[in-house]
Every structure is written in structure tokens, then in C-alpha cells.
Ligand binder design. Structure first.
Ligand SMILES: C=CC1=C(C)c2cc3[nH]c(cc4nc(cc5[nH]c(cc1n2)c(C)c5CCC(=O)O)C(CCC(=O)O)=C4C)c(C)c3C=C
Ligand SMILES: [Fe+2]
Ligand SMILES: [Fe+2]
Length: 338
């Protein structure tokens, strides 16, 4: 194998104007069992913010921060960026990389937890793009999942403490809700999504000194008869507040690496409104975004693959995740509508 000669940021993509919203969502939902009405609801969320998702701008900033971090650490790899659902698409990026002479690339996926969507589907997308580019397309290998990396856990623990401080809440007594994207059981049954999420929540809560926490879900898209991971964040707030008034609440979107539309709408609008109507003081903790420790974690995940050193840093009980996905990693057999 040739040595690694480039870095690829692999992400989701988002619309950059009102006319992009429907074609973007059609890309997202291709092959997924999601009713058209749910898609139209999400169209409204995006249009509410002018049809622009913050995710692309966040990825541009992340890429610039990674480039600077590599330069500072003496890592001599050019950086590239490709998306699943919006430009720059993988095919375009891989073609550019081939033209620039890249043969073998290390990729970071903007998903910290294993699932079809965050692991296997990206690998399938990259294979399809390599086939489309044809002869000379670079090989792409992903770095391991970073859900239990000390620098990820430290970043979130700091953000959790800052959110609690912003509403004068004591984390020893305040309810914390960690949220992640809900997925259908047909997906979660074949991956370690829940196990990794629970581990990361435990580690962040322990490091931040948060005693009362719960993992909940958001952004469910499936038809009502299909089971998806629960409870939903708003149902959880209602239930907890009904059983004993919450007073204050900290919500941390642990399943998302940046403040994109799902965070802005489902948490900063919907959950915040619910809390306001119930007199609950709510703070939403920041995502990892481009915080220096998170960028350093990405650099460390790359550096460990460039060296022969088998050392892999990880906190908790699950150990460092695999460098190379096994054949059955994150399978998904969507139940299609008849
Ligand atoms: C069957 C599973 C999923 C459906 C249906 C689904 C619909 C859907 N998702 C978005 C927007 C985003 N989803 C993101 C992450 C994400 N989505 C799923 C699963 C489904 N989404 C998972 C398991 C994950 C986490 C792993 C990952 O891919 O990141 C993100 C974040 C992406 C990022 O890079 O941060 C967005 C944005 C929409 C609009 C949508 C349809 C209604
Ligand atoms: Fe999603
Ligand atoms: Fe996987």
C-alpha cells in the first residue's frame, strides 16, 4: 500500500438556500421509510432559517481548523471535504484528489457514534464515488470512532459545565438530558449506537459532576407504526416535569458534532418553548464544533494511524474502537413500504 497522502473530512451536507431544501431532503431520505408529510414538516424547519443549514459553514471552519492543527503538528497532509447529501459531493472531491495525485487518504466522519448512517452508509457512498471516478481514484480509510476519546469527553464536560453555569444551576442536583438522533430499531439492532451513546453520557456526566442524567432522542422521522429509539426529548421533559417540577434543565446534544438545523429547531425552538411554557429554566450545551480539544482529537486520531505505535487513548469500559470495520459493521435492512 502507498503511504497516507491526504485527509478527507466526510460529512452530511446541507442546503445553502430555499431552492436547495427539497432536493437536499430527497437526497437524505432516498431508500428510507419516511412519510412525505414528515419530509414537508422538515422543509418548514429549514425554510424558517432561510433555507440555509449551518452545517456547511461549520464544516468549512472545521476544515480550516484541522489544516492549521496539522501544520502546527508537522502533519504534512492536504485536506479535502466531501458530503453525502449536498455539494461538494464525494464524487467531485475524489476526482479532485485523483487529479492532485492522491493515492491513499485517511478520513474522519462527522459522526462520533456507530450507525448505518454514520458509518456503513458513508463507506458505501465512498465506494460508489470511487467506482464513478474509476481508474486512479484514491483509497479511503476511516479513523476509529472517537465517542470515548478523552479529548471529546473533556470538550463536552466543559460545555456541560458552562451551560449549567449560564443558568446558575448546580450540576449535582440539576436534571441533564443528553440527546441523540433517533433511529429505527431496524438500524439500532445492528450497531453499537446505544451502547456507545450510554458510555459517552456516563463519561461526560462523571467528568462534569452531573448526577441526574438521562439519554433521550430527537428528530424522529419514521411513520408512527415503526419503532424508533425513545423517549423523545419533549416527551421526556413533560414526563419528568409532571412527576416532579424540574425548575432548571440542561440539554446537551451529545449525538451531534455541530449546531446544525436539528439542534437549532428541535432543541433551541421546540424544547426551549416547551420549557418556557412550563417555567423551566433551560440551557442548551454547545456541541463540540471547532473547539480546540475536539480539533486536537481529530489530529490525534490521524496521528495514531500515521505511526506504528499501537497506543490508542480511550476512557471507560469499551476500549478504543476498531480502526478497520468488520464485514458486518453497522448493517441496516430498511423496511420499505409495500
Ligand atoms: C433512518 C434513519 C434516519 C433518517 C430517516 C434520518 C432523517 C433525517 N436526518 C436529517 C438530518 C441529519 N441527520 C444527521 C445525523 C444522523 N441521521 C441519522 C439517521 C437518520 N436520519 C443518524 C443515525 C445520524 C447520526 C449519524 C450521522 O450520520 O451523523 C445529521 C448530522 C450529520 C452531521 O454530520 O453532523 C443531520 C444534519 C434530516 C434533515 C432528515 C430528514 C427528515
Ligand atoms: Fe438524520
Ligand atoms: Fe460501523
Amino acid at each position: 500500500m502507498p503511504p497516507y497522502d491526504s485527509f478527507l473530512l466526510v460529512s452530511f451536507g446541507g442546503p445553502e438556500g430555499p431552492d436547495d431544501v427539497i432536493p437536499f431532503l430527497e437526497n437524505v431520505l432516498r431508500g428510507k421509510n419516511v412519510p412525505r408529510e414528515r419530509m414537508m414538516e422538515v422543509v418548514e424547519h429549514y425554510q424558517h432559517f432561510g433555507g440555509v443549514s449551518p452545517i456547511n459553514e461549520q464544516n468549512r471552519q472545521l476544515l480550516a481548523a484541522i489544516k492549521a492543527e496539522f501544520e502546527e503538528s508537522g502533519i504534512d497532509l492536504p485536506v479535502y471535504w466531501g458530503n453525502r447529501n449536498w455539494a461538494p459531493y464525494f464524487e467531485h472531491t475524489l476526482r479532485q484528489m485523483r487529479d492532485d495525485g492522491c493515492k491513499r487518504s485517511l478520513a474522519f466522519f462527522t459522526s462520533m457514534f456507530s450507525s448505518y448512517s454514520g458509518c456503513r452508509q458513508y463507506r458505501e457512498n465512498i465506494i460508489a464515488a470511487q467506482q464513478a471516478v474509476g481508474e486512479g481514484a484514491p483509497a479511503v480509510e476511516k479513523v476509529r470512532m472517537g465517542f470515548n476519546h478523552p479529548l471529546f469527553i473533556e470538550t463536552l464536560a466543559e460545555n456541560l459545565r458552562a451551560a449549567a453555569q449560564s443558568i446558575d444551576a448546580d450540576l449535582m442536583t440539576t436534571q441533564v438530558l443528553f440527546t441523540a438522533h433517533s433511529i429505527p430499531y431496524s438500524m439500532s439492532d445492528h450497531c453499537d449506537y446505544e451502547r456507545q451513546l450510554n458510555e459517552a453520557c456516563c463519561l461526560v456526566a462523571e467528568m462534569a459532576g452531573a448526577d441526574q442524567w438521562k439519554l433521550v432522542y430527537q428528530s424522529r422521522s419514521g411513520p408512527p407504526q415503526q419503532p424508533w429509539l425513545e423517549p423523545d426529548v419533549c416527551d421526556a421533559i413533560t414526563e419528568l416535569d409532571d412527576s416532579s417540577p424540574l425548575g432548571s434543565l440542561v440539554v446537551m446534544p451529545i449525538g451531534f458534532v455541530s449546531d446544525h438545523m436539528e439542534v437549532l429547531f428541535d432543541l433551541d425552538e421546540e424544547a426551549a418553548e416547551l420549557c418556557k411554557s412550563r417555567g423551566i429554566k433551560m440551557a442548551r450545551a454547545a456541541t463540540a464544533g471547532v473547539s480546540p480539544k475536539f480539533v486536537s482529537m481529530i489530529r490525534e486520531l490521524v496521528q495514531e494511524r500515521l505511526s506504528d505505535d499501537p497506543m490508542r487513548r480511550a476512557l471507560g469500559d469499551l476500549g478504543p474502537w476498531h480502526d478497520v470495520c468488520p464485514a458486518d459493521c453497522c448493517l441496516y435492512t430498511p423496511q420499505r413500504r409495500p
